[in-house]
Design a protein around this ligand. Structure first.
Ligand code: AP5
Ligand code: ZN
Length: 210
């Protein structure tokens, strides 16, 4: 199964992708996670994109497309994949269409109000990418990762100014993809507003995984 998770920042794409990846045995390919991994390890790529991510702007298409193209050529992606956070612009969607035939484009639908609530409450474990929310999915011990006990942090782009910019960027550059995929009869909307467990049930039913 080859699928794309589309939706505003904070809609729960990453949270659901981790679960589907595990249950369906597919690689979870998050461009945001790949960039953050490179920033953490101070690679050349990481140094190039750090200020872009911190401010909530988009990494240039050319760079992002090349990265995804390489990743999709790897062995584990041949049987299928979950693309989380790519494509995010029309040129990225056009490029992807030349590389792959998709089975699903799932559009996570969520109000701006709930997006804000989710992003401001998000905490992450930098080592693993595990994500918590201080209200809806809190860790067992406040401020600590459930598995390692290591400290949780707030993403740099989850600060208020960056969130506002990400929402603006989403509206300008990514929202047009909804029409792009709808007009190609490829879009499936998902109500992402209920609890993680309930959203996951909806998603499993849709995808036909048990
Ligand atoms: P990326 O990492 O993709 O960020 P994003 O799209 O802004 O999405 P998020 O990760 O913020 O949200 P999510 O939908 O994954 O939500 P999550 O599951 O964490 O990209 C970061 C940056 O990288 C971009 O700004 C850009 O600079 C760059 N980049 C990445 N891809 C790019 C591309 N293709 N082109 C150019 N640049 C690119 O959930 C959010 C919170 O809500 C968590 O706290 C979670 O615990 C909680 N939660 C989740 N589900 C529920 C639920 N059902 N109920 C209650 N709480 C929930
Ligand atoms: Zn994410």
């Amino acid at each position: 199964m080859k699928m794309v998770f589309l939706g505003p920042p904070g809609a729960g794409k990453g949270t659901m992708a981790v679960r589907v990846a595990e249950d369906a045995g597919l690689p979870h390919i998050s461009t945001g996670d790949i960039f953050r991994y490179n920033i953490k390890n101070q690679t050349d790529l990481g140094k190039r994109v750090k200020s872009i991510l911190d401010g909530g702007d988009l990494v240039p298409d050319e760079l992002t497309i090349e990265l995804v193209q390489d990743r999709l050529q790897q062995e584990d992606a041949q049987k299928g994949f979950i693309l989380d956070g790519f494509p995010r612009t029309i040129p990225q969607a056009d490029a992807l269409a030349t590389m792959q035939t998709l089975d699903w484009v799932i559009n996570f639908e969520l109000s701006d109000e709930e997006v804000l609530r989710r992003l401001t409450g998000r905490r992450v474990h930098p080592g693993s990418g595990r994500t918590y929310h201080i209200v809806s999915t809190p860790p067992k011990v406040e401020g600590k990762d459930d598995v390692t006990g290591e400290p949780l942090v707030q993403r740099e782009d989850d600060k208020e100014e960056a969130i506002k910019n990400r929402l603006r960027v989403y509206r300008d550059q990514t929202q047009p993809l909804i029409d792009y995929y709808r007009s190609r009869d490829m879009l499936t909307n998902l109500d992402a507003s209920s609890s993680p467990a309930a959203v996951y049930e909806l998603l499993k039913e849709l995808l036909g995984i048990s």
